[in-house]
Design a binder for this molecule. Structure first.
Ligand code: HEC
Length: 114
């Protein structure tokens, strides 16, 4: 009879230890990596992107009817900034500028290297 309790006791110890560890580790919503990139803010950039770019490039840059997908393209910040400033094909130049441009660049770079 005594032996039967051993696995249960062991289980209880494991559960207790797990809870103890969970208490020790501070679970904070950690800032996702690369929240700032190339001097811009990825999250503000996402907002700007959804407003100024998603109509052509699709939500999240997944590609739309007019614009090509920007996800997984490996574009770097300089290329994205140049495209925004100069426009490309039917894409008008300077849809965003200043800090908003930096933010949009950061966002596009973040999705292009996904
Ligand atoms: C009116 C539609 C339209 C809008 C709005 C638009 N784009 Fe574009 N974009 C395009 C098209 C079309 C291309 C491809 C042009 C070509 O290569 O002929 C393009 C190309 C690009 C490229 C180059 C992609 C590559 O693979 O080289 C980037 C980067 C880009 N757009 C970013 C943006 C960003 C950032 C915004 C918002 C600030 C934006 N675009 C808004 C239509 C648009």
């Amino acid at each position: 009879m005594g032996r039967l309790w051993r696995p249960l006791l062991l289980g209880a110890v494991v559960v207790a230890a797990t809870f103890a560890l969970a208490q020790m580790v501070v679970f904070e919503p950690s800032a996702p990596p690369a929240a700032t990139l190339a001097g811009g803010d990825v999250y503000r950039g996402q907002v700007a992107f959804e407003r100024a770019c998603a109509s052509c490039h699709g939500s999240g840059g997944e590609g739309g009817s007019v614009g090509p997908p920007l996800v997984d393209t490996g574009l770097d910040a300089a290329e994205v900034a140049a495209t925004i400033e100069q426009g490309r094909g039917v894409m008008p130049p300077a849809l965003v500028s200043g800090e908003e441009q930096a933010d949009a660049v950061a966002y596009v770079v973040s999705i292009s290297s996904r």
